[in-house]
Every structure is written in C-alpha cells, then in structure tokens.
Design a protein around this ligand. Structure first.
Ligand SMILES: [Zn+2]
Length: 142
C-alpha cells in the first residue's frame, strides 16, 4: 500500500491521542495495478470512533454508519474505501483474530504498535480476493 507522509503522521497522532484505547480509521483512495494484482493508494485518511463496547484497550470496532458515511464521502471524491488502520497498545503490530475477521477482501489493514507511548512498529496486511491474508509493504511518499 502507499500513503503520504502527512497521512502517516495523522495516524501516529491519532494513535497517541487515543491511548490507552486503540484508535481506528479508514482509508479512501484507489487501487492501481501493481505487485500482487494491484496496490491500494491512500488519498484520504478518515479517523473514526472506536465503538467497541468493552475492551477498547485491545480491540476496535468502526460503526457501520460511520463506515457508510466515509464510503459515501470517498465516492463523492472519486475514491473508494481501500482499507483501515488501528493501533495496538503495548503489543506487536500483528493482526488479532478479530482484526483478521474485520479485514474486507482487497482492503489494506495498517497496524501501528505503540510501546511506552512511542510508535514502535507499523505493518500492513491485505486480504486477497482469493482469500489469503498476507503482510504487504508500506510505501510512504512525500
Ligand atoms: Zn488489532
């Protein structure tokens, strides 16, 4: 996946602001042909509320209505929702079972891990249309 440095900073700021809870948000952008069929290119980052009823320290949920709102706004701009991001507080940037279940086909899932209030690791994962769930590279551009 690809995103701009400024968007990457927005995600880091969101993650730090929401401690001790996981932050979450959605990516709007386009798919361009690339390795593995195509690459998700992010043009807009939409911070969302973590509406998980309990256990927000180690889980997240984006409400359906907020997802629909972001999707509509993305389409208005000529984009689509191409993925999501969320933070892990004090645990590695590795998807949990719930994360894997949340990931939609074709979407990128970026995870930023915070250790001692510092970004420690960032990974991205993608569920392929064919079903597999794999780590993918992150290209941060200026
Ligand atoms: Zn997670």
């Amino acid at each position: 996946m690809q995103l701009r440095r400024r968007q990457f900073e927005i995600i880091q700021e969101h993650a730090l602001k929401d401690v001790p809870y996981e932050c979450c948000g959605l990516f709007a952008g386009i798919r361009v042909p690339g390795r593995g069929g195509y690459e998700n290119v992010v043009y807009e980052v939409a911070p969302c509320a973590n509406v998980l009823y309990s256990g927000k320290e180690h889980g997240f949920e984006i409400s359906f209505s907020e997802f629909i709102d972001v999707e509509r706004e993305a389409q208005r701009l000529g984009y689509e929702v191409v993925g999501s991001y969320h933070s892990h507080i004090g645990s590695p940037a590795v998807p949990s079972n719930n994360d894997i279940n949340f990931a939609r086909p074709g979407h990128s899932m970026l995870i930023i891990s915070l250790q001692n209030m510092q970004p420690a690791a960032v990974t991205s994962w993608r569920r392929r249309e064919s079903g597999g769930f794999h780590q993918e590279s992150i290209h941060v551009i200026e």
